[in-house]
Design a protein around this ligand. Structure first.
Ligand SMILES: NC(=O)c1ccc[n+]([C@@H]2O[C@H](COP(=O)([O-])OP(=O)(O)OC[C@H]3O[C@@H](n4cnc5c(N)ncnc54)[C@H](O)[C@@H]3O)[C@@H](O)[C@H]2O)c1
Ligand SMILES: [Zn+2]
Length: 360
């Protein structure tokens, strides 16, 4: 099945179907004219999927060059980016060629960044293979690399020409990453409410995530595209996708790798919902519904890091803070997200329950 991201300046298809990678070459001929394609992947994903992708592309009349980067966040770096630029020039890639990102969010963000800057921008497509990339990072056009400890600090908005999501690739994805990606699905279901919220209520065990992956991905993509189409560059509405991320990012960083992104977001969603529930701004039962969904799939709900002052220091340093204020996304109820802005100086008091909203 196909969905579309329809922005004022660009419309592109998202194919979501088990086995869709078997048709990648022929589907791509309907999108790209014959050209050279840089297939960028990482050391885990390339041995699993690269060869069959290359075979498909060549059978469909494309020429290919393959590039692999080490797996993991450290590849979202200047050093790796420069190596990839060099590989593209060494292989005489021009503005009319293309990049294919084959992998998780790391490869997607990195390859998207390369595509958006090489020769002032060349075309690219996303073939996300992790659950997180399939429901979140491959759609929306955000690309980035990290600088030292600052995550995603150098980046662009560059929309792909197409996204190909094959839930069958999840068969090889380690369980921890399945659960991590699922945290973002729960996030979107809480923001959307209704049938999507009910759907996550029926996922009782980690194994259910994979068996129900296709409808879960559909719902997530439908939700994310709706938000991105209304606010491509995160000037307003798109910020609600940061639900759970203010606290989540802070503890993810402080855990120094012990907590994966999705695990930290799980904790972030629970903590922020608890905070607003204590102030009476979140409907009774909302927190329980969230906790149940996350707990059943083995995601963490709290962290001892929450009791350290470092968390609040980290929160106040977040690059998303504007004009001395912090915008917190919370739920009035499932399907009713809201935003509350507080002065950064009051973040700790507010988040520890000591400063009620509008108590000035
Ligand atoms: N651009 C955006 O809008 C956006 C949104 C959310 C997250 N992100 C970024 O995404 C990144 C995290 O993405 P991620 O969780 O996919 O991490 P990742 O790319 O590191 O993938 C996780 C691990 O799974 C492996 N892997 C991926 N697919 C596999 C498969 N099918 N079989 C076996 N192994 C596989 C990878 O090699 C890696 O070891 C972060 O850098 C984050 O900043 C970007
Ligand atoms: Zn996230």
């Amino acid at each position: 099945m196909k969905r579309f991201v329809a922005l004022p300046h660009k419309k592109y298809p998202i194919f979501i179907e088990r086995g869709v990678l078997q048709q990648l070459g022929s589907l791509l001929t309907g999108i790209w004219s014959p050209r050279k394609i840089a297939v960028v992947s990482d050391h885990h994903v390339a041995p699993l999927y690269q060869e069959r992708i290359v075979r498909q592309l060549e059978a469909a009349g494309f020429r290919t060059a393959t590039f692999q980067v080490p797996s993991g966040e450290s590849s979202k770096s200047w050093e790796t980016a420069v190596q990839l630029y060099r590989s593209l020039t060494n292989n005489q890639f021009t503005r009319s060629d293309g990049v294919l990102a084959l992998g998780g969010g790391v490869v997607g963000d990195l390859a998207g960044f390369i595509a958006s800057t090489y020769m002032r921008g060349i075309a690219y497509i996303q073939v996300p293979t992790s659950l997180l990339a399939q429901v979140d990072s491959s759609v929306g056009g955000k690309t980035a690399i990290n600088l030292d400890t600052a995550k995603n600090i150098v980046g662009t908005f560059h929309q792909p020409d197409a996204v190909f999501i094959d839930p069958d690739t999840l068969q090889t994805l380690p369980q921890r990453y399945i659960c991590e990606g699922y945290a973002e699905i729960v996030k979107m279901s809480a923001l959307e409410g209704g049938a999507f919220w009910q759907m996550t209520g029926e996922v009782h065990r980690p194994e259910d995530i994979v068996t129900q992956a296709e409808p879960l991905i559909h719902q997530s993509i439908a939700y994310k595209t709706k938000i991105v189409c209304k606010d491509e560059k995160e000037s307003g509405l798109r910020q609600i996708l940061n639900f759970g991320h203010t606290i989540g990012h802070a503890i993810e960083l402080l855990s120094e790798g012990a907590l994966a992104h999705g695990e930290a977001i799980s904790i972030g969603m629970v903590q922020i919902t608890q905070c607003f529930a204590n102030y009476g701004l979140t409907k009774h039962g909302t927190l329980d519904g969230l906790v149940q969904r996350l707990q059943q799939t083995g995601l963490p709900l709290k962290s001892s890091l929450m009791s350290t002052a470092d968390v609040y220091r980290q929160i106040t340093n977040d690059k998303k803070n504007h004009g001395g204020r912090l915008t917190l996304v919370y739920l009035e109820a499932p399907g009713r997200p809201a935003m509350h802005s507080i002065p950064i100086s009051q973040a700790e008091l507010f988040l520890t329950g000591k400063k009620a909203p509008n108590s000035d």
